[in-house]
Write a new protein. Structure first.
Length: 255
């Protein structure tokens, strides 16, 4: 089943008399369990496409479906509700709250979830264990390395058990070792939970792990095929569906 479907999407930005066509008649479907990289040079449209799939913006024309719901004409409040309930985000610059420690940063998206304090505690510790940071529970971002901060961001994205995770250049600010460790953790969580991960990137380290690579140029998809791990475009991996995985516990990494 498609978790995200983009149909004939066009996005044009206008500044004064200058018109920039960021996306031009883009069609794309993301199925359960995918681990997909959307790649291309700067200005290719990959980040714009990720923003539309994440309900952070609207297309000028065309439609975007998330979990079979057409989100194109939703209000800002309704799109925010979809983001909160359905989508996990991982950002290039981590986007952790500086005054909160690792535990509090991971707990933050759970505060509006209706979970009890004990349920939130269990979920936070489950995710911090999964990314190998249980020993950093009470450390603030300034007390952690870039790699550790990104692992906290991964834990935060997965804590609400979203249907899909969107990551914008997640390795751009990490050195080689930390970038590869972050990708290994995300791939393992993808395999264990069945949650699709979609990356906007130009980093070969991300492409190396991707099962499917969607290449963009000048606002269009110019190639859509198997990544290094061999997933054919549009084919879901054999993994637990997100709904079935909602109650799963994920294994941790060695510290």
């Amino acid at each position: 089943m498609d978790i995200i479907r983009v149909e004939h999407v066009t996005k044009i930005y206008r500044i004064g008399e200058v018109e920039t066509r960021a996306l031009n008649d883009v069609n794309l479907a993301i199925a359960e369990g995918e681990f997909t990289a959307i790649v291309g040079p700067s200005g290719s449209g990959k980040t714009t496409l990720l923003q539309l799939m994440g309900c952070l913006d609207r297309p000028g024309s065309g439609r975007v479906f998330i979990n079979q719901q057409d989100v194109t004409q939703l209000s800002a409040a309704q799109r925010a509700d979809v983001r909160r309930k359905v989508i996990g985000f991982i950002f290039q610059f981590f986007a952790l709250v500086p005054v909160l420690d690792a535990y509090e940063n991971v707990e933050l998206p759970l505060l509006l979830s209706g979970l009890s304090a004990q349920e939130r505690h269990d979920r936070v510790m489950e995710m911090l264990n999964a990314v190998g940071l249980a020993h950093r529970v009470h450390h603030r971002p300034a007390q952690m390395s870039g790699g550790e901060q990104q692992r906290v961001a991964i834990a935060r994205a997965l804590a609400p058990r979203p249907l899909i995770v969107l990551a914008d250049e997640p390795t751009a600010n990490l050195d080689t070792a930390n970038g590869e460790q972050a990708m290994e953790i995300m791939l393992r969580l993808n395999e264990q939970t069945g949650t699709p991960f979609i990356f906007a990137t130009h980093d070969p380290r991300v492409m190396k792990f991707a099962r499917r690579i969607v290449r963009m140029h000048d606002g269009q998809v110019v190639d859509d095929g198997a990544g290094v791990n061999g997933l054919v475009a549009g084919e879901a991996v054999v993994a637990p569906a997100p709904a079935a995985a909602a109650g799963m516990r994920v294994a941790g990494v060695e510290q």
